[in-house]
Design a binder for this molecule. Structure first.
Ligand SMILES: C[S@@+](CC[C@H](N)C(=O)[O-])C[C@H]1O[C@@H](n2cnc3c(N)ncnc32)[C@H](O)[C@@H]1O
Length: 301
């Protein structure tokens, strides 16, 4: 199997489920496709290499990712990089005078390069500031949430976005500690959580707290709902929407959206997941789920 590794420094990003994405997006000659989460350009490069006469619009909130994507896509001319959020897809496409699209790809969450960059503060294993913003022009950071938000709001986000049921005690401890000394770094916070919270699942105790903070900092679930809703308005008949999600909250939104949306036919009854081969090459792909919907103008409302 040909490997498509997107490198920056020593870090490598593997575009997940890339063969499945290529198969299900169903590229057509002259087609226009939107990579809503371009990242370092892994999927974009694979699609552009697979069919000569398509055009891609590649969107990402993170300027740094787009710089790497530009380097990775330099052999192609038939694409355009745009720094924005996919929740603004209507404005982006209208500005480009694009009214109909053949396919949308969403590959949610963050890329390995963002996680491994200490400056970005996404990882509980790498020392860095409590930041977690994809778009660094936004104001809210993980530092603000953990050090300034009220008890009831912290409990709400850890329960609803980290799916941590019994978080009251740890929230009380966080509040007590931040009154003495604010949490400044990722490791300070993750070590504090490890010392004060027992995780029953086989994961690091800080995993679900960091997930909740990242979701809130980037307003991820709301952006996803808006992005999906707006995108389908631009789909051509038989155009497709592909979404790769990495946690149950995202997947639930995608599943319900495809089920409830008028004029959308679900093409994947069950989500597609990585093959044994892919899991061997890239164990980080293990939680990926791909769902695909197709615009069907004939479907009754
Ligand atoms: C999993 S990575 C994508 C990797 C990419 N498919 C590749 O193969 O290189 C997800 C990317 O989505 C970006 N992102 C997250 N939320 C976004 C949003 N609402 N709008 C645009 N980009 C977003 C992140 O900055 C990150 O670069």
């Amino acid at each position: 199997m040909e490997k498509l590794l997107i490198k920056s420094g020593n870090e490598i990003h593997y575009p997940v489920l890339k063969e499945e994405v290529l198969k299900w997006i169903n590229l057509k000659d002259g087609g226009l496709y939107i990579d809503c989460t371009c990242g370092t350009g892994g999927h974009s490069k694979f699609l552009l290499s697979s069919r000569k006469n398509i055009f891609l619009i590649c969107i990402d909130k993170d300027e740094k990712m787009l710089e790497i994507a530009e380097e990775n896509l330099k052999e192609f001319k038939n694409y355009k990089l745009i720094k924005s959020g996919f929740e603004n897809i209507d404005e982006i496409l209208e500005k480009e005078r694009i009214y109909k699209v053949d396919g949308f790809l969403f590959d949610l969450g963050f890329s390995l390069l963002q996680v491994k960059d200490p400056e970005r503060g996404f990882s509980f294993q790498i020392e860095g500031p409590l930041d977690m913003r994809y778009d660094r022009s936004y104001k809210l950071t993980a530092f603000d949430i953990i050090n300034k938000w009220k008890r009831r709001d912290l409990i709400y986000i850890f329960k609803n976005y980290g799916e941590i049921k019994n978080c009251e005690k740890i929230v009380d401890k966080i509040i007590e500690r931040r009154e003495r000394k604010k949490f400044e770094t990722t490791k300070e916070l993750s070590e504090f959580i490890s010392q004060n919270f027992k995780e029953r699942k086989k994961i690091h105790p800080a995993t679900r707290f960091f997930l909740a903070l990242r979701i809130i900092v980037n307003n991820e679930l709301e952006c996803l709902k808006i992005g999906l809703e707006k995108s389908v308005n631009f789909l051509k008949d038989k155009g497709r929407i592909l979404v790769i999600s990495f946690n149950s909250l995202e997947d639930r939104i995608v599943k319900n959206f495809l089920k409830e949306k008028n004029k959308i036919k679900i093409l994947t009854k069950k989500p597609l997941t990585p093959s044994e081969q892919e899991l061997k090459e890239n164990p980080l792909s293990r939680s990926a789920k791909l769902r695909v919907g197709e615009k069907d103008e004939e479907e009754k409302e």
